[in-house]
Design a protein around this ligand. Sequence first.
Ligand SMILES: Cc1ncc(COP(=O)(O)O)c(C=O)c1O
Length: 344
Amino acid sequence: MPEFSTETEQRSTGEARAGRSRGTDYSRRVFASVFDMLPNEDNPSPMVRINRLNPNANFQLFAKLEWLNPFGSVKDRAAWAMLRDLLERGEVGNGRGLVEPTSGNTGISLAAMAQAMGLRMRAVVPNKVPLEKKVLLKIVGAELDVLNDALCPAPGLGDGSINLAKTHAKASPHRYVMPNQYENPKNVEAHLHTTGPEIWRQTEGRVTHVFASLGTCGTVTGVSRFLRSKNPNIKVIAVQPSEGHDVPGLRNISQLDVSKLFDRSCIDEILEIDYELAYRRALDLCRAEGLIAGPSSGLILEGALRTVAQAGAGCGVMIFPDNIFKYVSSMIKHLPQLASETEA
Ligand SMILES: Cc1ncc(COP(=O)(O)O)c(C=O)c1O
């Protein structure tokens, strides 16, 4: 742990604005705790302009890189908001940890946070989740239940991931409490209080379009509510994979009525896009823009490019949920040529 002068400590925006740990200095990006790295208006995830792939010179298009959050995805925001609420209400501690159904990212964020606090975390995941995510959950210390469930855990299914997590919480209340990202309003509030304000400030209020995907719908609902409170004309566009998709974390339109946080009035347009394009556009992002984005980002890019090509002037922000490293096996499945020439 580095030593800090009193002067440095006084200058720290973390202490001044967020009441965070002594020793965190955002200007130097030196943090006293991994929790101080979590994003907020004073420490936003970066936005990078798309240059080579943008077909419209009058429309500025930005990617907001959520994989640069400390635990690697947009779900750091919802996980922290839910965990902080449980901590404040005294619902965790004294041997009681977390159990959560997840397609990977929320579980990874929750498990890493829980471990850093000495709490247990049990993740219930569908078998179809990529191996990389299941192994990552083990690496960050989660106990794991792997089920033959839909790829994105489906509320209400008798033997699905959500019901098994509920069963654990009910059967062992001294060991587990379930944050429940599919219903927990803190998931929406996380984006209302962080992602939305960050975008507003980073674009200096110039944002005209936001592009997001739909899983629990916490991101789109929270971001939309904040940005529309600033400017009701901002267009919120959701991008969804076609039916039968295997893009972890996302739901097809036909699965949306099961997401309690889905609010259709927050969205101007839902674009359904062939899910194969998620993988091809992820490759394009790496090769044309140097952005190591995952498949849900690839899908969002495709939706944004279709919109931007037909728009006049504007300023769009795409929320890119995570990076490609967790999807190497999925990329090889969809783009098998990637695996050729990888062996001696
Ligand atoms: C890779 C990925 N993309 C997109 C999403 C969707 O975000 P939200 O659940 O806020 O709708 C998720 C959610 O888990 C995800 O893991």
